[in-house]
Design a protein around this ligand. Structure first.
Ligand code: NI
Length: 139
């Protein structure tokens, strides 16, 4: 039987939604206050879920301490207290939406899960931009 195991991490980051190929007027029309030139911030919650069969020796699908260390080293340390548009290497040249950020987080974590888990694989990345607005990527 496969089991879903999740770890939640937290980070704060600034961004703006702005398409440089559009006029300022069009950016304001499409993105509203999220296009605010001088940035705005969010308290993000990131939930990473791994699916797999528990290892008979440990009873674990994945050691959650190792998953936490992985998420921090590869993702949250790189985005926490940063500007997503300016400071984050894996977001360079991309729209700083939660959809795009979650996609990039998936690409970073997916190949790393087998390094810390014998049977686990990445099942989902869920990213809360606010308590009410969140995106999810499923395998
Ligand atoms: Ni925003």
């Amino acid at each position: 039987m496969e089991v879903l195991v999740s770890r939640k991490e937290h980070f704060n980051a600034a961004h703006k939604l702005y398409n440089p190929t559009w006029s300022d007027e069009k950016n304001k029309e499409v993105f509203g206050p999220c296009a605010n030139e001088n940035w705005h911030g969010h308290n993000f919650e990131l939930i990473v879920t791994v699916i797999g069969t528990p290892d008979p020796e440990t009873g674990f699908v994945i050691d959650l301490k190792k998953l936490s260390t992985l998420i921090r080293a590869e993702v949250t340390d790189k985005v926490d207290h940063k500007n997503l548009n300016l400071d984050v290497d894996f977001m360079q040249g991309k729209m700083a939406s939660s959809e795009v950020l979650a996609t990039e987080i998936w690409k970073i974590l997916e190949p790393q899960i087998p390094v810390v888990s014998k049977t686990g694989r990445l099942h989902s990345v869920k990213l809360y931009e606010t308590p009410r607005n969140f995106v999810e990527i499923l395998a």
